[in-house]
Design a protein around this ligand. Structure first.
Ligand SMILES: Cc1cc2nc3c(=O)[nH]c(=O)nc-3n(C[C@H](O)[C@H](O)[C@H](O)COP(=O)(O)OP(=O)(O)OC[C@H]3O[C@@H](n4cnc5c(N)ncnc54)[C@H](O)[C@@H]3O)c2cc1C
Length: 373
């Protein structure tokens, strides 16, 4: 039987960040993922500079083989509306491709990797966990995303009874003609909100790739909303007429919209498994990275005592960082429900200072650094 100090289930940004921090402090870490990497992940692929800082990403090294599209402006509005362009004098975000970023971070983490191997069984054997009857560890971290099997083990009702965001997207490489026809610029992603303010669609150009998608708080008629959005983009000449139609769907939780138990004896959840995405924008990579860092700090302080009492500070730090959120079931239904009227999206001041700076860029929240950095 293989053994390690910490077994992480899931090699997305949450799992790889936590693994990287623990390895830097000398722990023996195994990351188990059901996918072979590089793998695709349904995601618009937008990260803020704070994420780049928190990951200590060497952008020159990264950009050598991977897409890193600087973003200095946004075009926003209502679907069917006019659209407002907001420009910044600096880089406010980056476009990345998840199959590239996740692979880069996982390889960089220095953990032992067991890829193409789903978690099939999890049982206690004395003070240790035994995973798939093959790996033994005193601490298991659930980083398997929204449908994380460790979250299920801890009592989460995956796929039912939790108000999840539903989203669909496509990312494809444009041919030469499509590149010429595409009006969306790499440095200016476009975001358009649904009339009922229950979600929004986006269109991001990253190098020669185009990412188009739409996410909503309710999953009723998602395909219809998506088609309406794509037709709108085509009518306005923003995207080529002949985009592929094989959109991929995924669901995930917004912070405060459902309560998942995040800590137990010898186990904790990070990233989407813990349901941490920002409620106003649906951005989840930053909370995934930050929860990975916070978990690593708590684990190192626990000094190999992984009782619930020693791990509980993790849950408290999550509240400190992301807030408590309203009790489940009473959350404002909302990406943008706090917007009183769609008309505000035509207002340049409101778009810059509230929608973009506060809700999408979290300009008021400093990067989180790992202890000792
Ligand atoms: C359409 C869409 C667009 C989005 N756009 C953005 C965006 O632009 N910016 C942003 O910040 N956030 C975005 N998000 C949210 C973001 O994708 C997630 O919050 C983020 O990926 C969470 O990272 P994670 O590491 O927790 O989980 P994930 O990235 O989901 O990684 C989980 C890993 O666990 C593995 N796994 C799952 N089950 C098992 C199992 N049984 N056994 C072993 N391994 C398993 C998976 O293979 C996967 O590699 C978007 C989400 C969606 C759906």
């Amino acid at each position: 039987m293989e053994s390690c100090d910490v077994l992480i289930v899931g090699g997305g940004p949450a799992g790889s960040t936590c693994a990287w921090q623990l390895r830097r402090h000398g722990l023996d870490v195994v990351v188990l993922d059901k996918a072979d990497f590089p793998r695709d992940k349904v995601c618009a692929g937008w990260i803020t500079p704070e994420v780049v800082d928190e990951l200590q990403l060497d952008t020159v090294d990264y950009a050598r083989d991977n897409v890193l599209q600087p973003i200095t402006a946004f075009r926003t509005g209502m679907i069917d509306g006019k659209g407002v362009e907001t420009r910044y004098p600096r880089i406010v975000s980056f476009g990345i491709r998840r199959r590239e970023l996740d692979n880069y971070l996982l390889l960089r983490s220095g953990a032992r990797l067991r890829l193409g191997e789903p978690l099939e069984s999890l049982r206690r054997d004395g003070a240790n966990w035994v995973v798939n009857d093959a790996i033994s560890a005193p601490l298991v971290i659930g980083a398997g995303g929204h449908f994380c099997p460790v979250a299920r083990y801890m009592g989460a009702k995956l796929g039912s009874g939790e108000p999840a965001v539903a989203a669909k997207e496509i990312e494809f490489e444009m041919d030469e003609l499509q590149r010429l026809k595409c009006q969306v610029r790499g440095d200016t992603p476009e975001l358009y909100f649904c009339r009922d303010l229950m979600g929004y669609g986006w269109c991001f150009r990253k190098g020669s790739h185009l990412n188009i998608g739409l996410g909503r708080e309710d999953n009723h008629r998602l395909t219809e909303h998506l088609k309406y959005f794509c037709d709108f983009l085509k009518q306005r000449g923003r995207i080529p007429q002949d985009i592929p139609d094989h959109f991929h769907g995924h669901a995930y939780l917004l912070h405060g919209h459902a309560a998942r138990k995040q800590v137990d004896d010898g186990v904790l959840l990070i990233g989407d498994a813990a349901g941490l995405a920002y409620p106003q924008s649906g951005e989840g990579i930053r909370p995934a990275v930050e929860s990975g860092l916070i978990a690593a700090a708590t684990i190192l302080e626990a000094n190999r005592d992984y009782s619930i009492a020693r791990l509980q500070p993790y849950a408290e730090r999550l509240i400190e960082r992301f807030g408590d959120g309203p009790p489940p079931g009473t959350a404002e239904p909302g990406f943008l429900r706090s917007l009183l009227a769609g008309r505000l999206l035509d207002n340049k001041w409101f778009t810059r200072h509230v929608v973009l700076d506060r809700w999408f860029l979290h300009a008021d929240q400093q990067a989180l650094y790992a202890a000792g950095d």
